[in-house]
Design a protein. Structure first.
Length: 511
């Protein structure tokens, strides 16, 4: 299971001084990196999954653009089951038809180095990449720049939109080399958790949109399409310019919080402490103001549920949109009950004849508890990860909402509107000039308080309303994290791959 890996990476970066990465890709006579995949540059490896050997070719640290800004991150690892070089198939897949599983390692909007198949640090069982290989997927693991990436002169090189530009460039590389690489670049399935899920979602939402083109040109990305087939997204920290109001809509009135505070001691070691405290009067006022802004936003989206009910909220924040979220909590509780989980100690659940008939929403949210203080994302003191995401080459952190700027407690500036737009999938889904993925899977834990449940709920409804295929569920008693249900994940990926090969006409996106 993957959870909050970015804290570990902060620790590593601050304690160790990392050696310069040596990349295996070759440069041409102009000093540019080649975009051509080198089929001969691999090592063979074997790992075991459930006692079964998985042998694969590992092509690692491939620079995926001609003019990288940072070769520690703009690199990709590609893993291919050995069977595909022997003309064999794995399940239904062959070297030609195997889907490409594309997981990123981004957390906390930090830079992410490419991952590799192996054991998950926490659970000790096979990670998503290794499970994918064992099931016959080709695995391509991209790295991407992030909010702390700097060049030798101390200029920031990974502020928004760098990470999404990098992931798009990696997709383009796969398409550019589709004929010579095993796997089908028309079946790329992106996966990520938290900030990584935000990028996975953004990748699926913004395919081929021209907004990103100048950035892709600048780093020498292949001149190819960058739309992808499917998206898997766990606990996405996304829709950032509306996430503060969504958070306060959900947690307003819950004034006690447990917050993870990361600080450095004088030796620059990272300290992680859970701080328990209560909101100040000023923070409660901010919470009230943000909560009051949310219904107008939800109502402006014109969303409907699967049965056609308009999803709206009244000025007090009640209405069909809240019931919509409640239905997912009920669905999750029912699934837990059906699989034998004892729910009798939870006084906010009503169960009749083995059916979860209702939940008391307010009591449920009190049970989940508040983790963040208002503003949860656009921090009024510019101290949040998201403020740093929206910095510039020379400014570490900025606001990204008008509300944040107006209520700022420090000297501050606001990110330009186009950059904020380019980090939010909501502005792109099903729009003209965009190829949005057809298949989507969202998971969020029922006790995840890193963002509001409204965020994945809005995204799912929006995608569904555009005629796209969405599987959204809340994972019972799961906190902030991802990759905790790999069997179910790959059952879903197999299913959507099979469904698409049966469909003779492409899914029509409603505009
Ligand atoms: C992540 C978690 C957060 O709470 C956040 O605000 C941003 C990123 C993460 O785990 O990636």
């Amino acid at each position: 299971m993957k959870a909050k890996k970015w804290f570990t990476s902060i620790l590593m970066c601050s304690v160790l001084s990392m050696p310069l990465t040596h990349v295996s890709a070759s440069t041409d006579t102009t000093g540019k990196y080649s975009l051509k995949f080198n089929t001969a540059n691999y090592t063979e490896k074997t790992l075991t999954v459930d006692g079964k050997n998985v042998t694969y070719r590992a092509y690692e640290k491939i620079v995926y653009v001609k003019n990288p800004v940072d070769t520690k991150y703009e690199i990709m690892n590609v893993y291919v089951p050995e069977e595909y070089y022997e003309g064999k198939s794995i399940g239904k897949y062959t070297a030609k038809t195997a889907p490409i599983f594309f997981p990123n390692t981004v957390g906390g909007y930090m830079p992410g180095e490419p991952g590799s198949p192996g054991q998950d640090e926490r659970s000790g069982s096979a990670n998503a990449a290794l499970v994918a290989l064992s099931k016959g997927y080709v695995v391509a693991e991209p790295g991407a720049r992030g909010r702390t990436t700097q060049d030798e002169d101390g200029q920031y090189t990974g502020k928004a939109p760098a990470a999404i530009v990098d992931l798009k460039a990696a997709v383009r590389y796969l398409r550019y080399n589709d004929k010579i690489m095993p796997g089908d670049a028309e079946k790329i399935i992106s996966n990520g958790t938290s900030a990584g899920a935000a990028l996975s979602t953004l990748l699926g939402a913004t395919g081929n949109n021209k907004d990103y083109e100048p950035y892709l040109k600048a780093i020498g990305a292949a001149n190819e399409r960058d739309d992808i087939f499917a998206v898997s997204s766990y606990a996405a920290i996304t829709n950032l310019d509306h996430a503060d109001m969504a958070y306060e809509w959900l947690f307003n009135g819950i004034n006690d919080y447990k917050k993870l505070v990361i600080s450095k001691d004088t030796d620059y070691n990272i300290q992680r402490n859970m701080v328990e405290d209560t909101l100040t009067e000023d923070q409660i006022q901010i919470s009230n103001e943000l909560k009051a802004m949310f219904p107008e936003y939800v109502n402006s989206l014109g969303l409907t549920s699967a049965d056609g009910t308009a999803l709206t909220l009244d000025t007090n924040g009640n209405g069909t949109f809240k019931n919509y979220i409640k239905s997912f909590v009920i669905g999750s509780a029912q699934k837990a009950l059906d699989s034998g989980t004892d729910l009798s100690s939870l006084n906010w659940i009503t169960i009749k004849d083995k059916k979860v008939t209702d939940i008391d929403f307010d009591k449920y949210i009190a049970y989940v508890g508040r983790m963040k203080t208002p503003s949860a994302f656009d921090g009024l003191d510019l101290n949040n990860a998201e403020n740093e995401l929206f910095g510039t080459k020379t400014t570490n952190a900025q606001h990204f909402t008008q509300f944040g700027l107006e209520h700022s407690t420090v000297d501050s500036t606001i990110a330009d509107a186009q950059t904020v737009k380019m980090m939010n999938p909501m502005y792109y889904i099903g729009t003209k000039g965009t190829t949005t993925s057809k298949y989507w899977r969202f998971r969020q834990g029922t006790v995840d308080n890193d963002t509001s449940f409204a965020i994945p709920a809005i995204l799912s409804a929006k995608l569904q309303n555009k005629g796209l295929n969405v599987d959204f569920a809340l994972a019972w008693n799961q906190s902030h994290g991802g990759d905790y249900d790999l069997d179910e994940l790959f059952t879903w990926t197999d299913k959507v791959v099979a469904a698409s090969s049966k469909a003779h006409s492409p899914v029509k996106v409603k505009r």
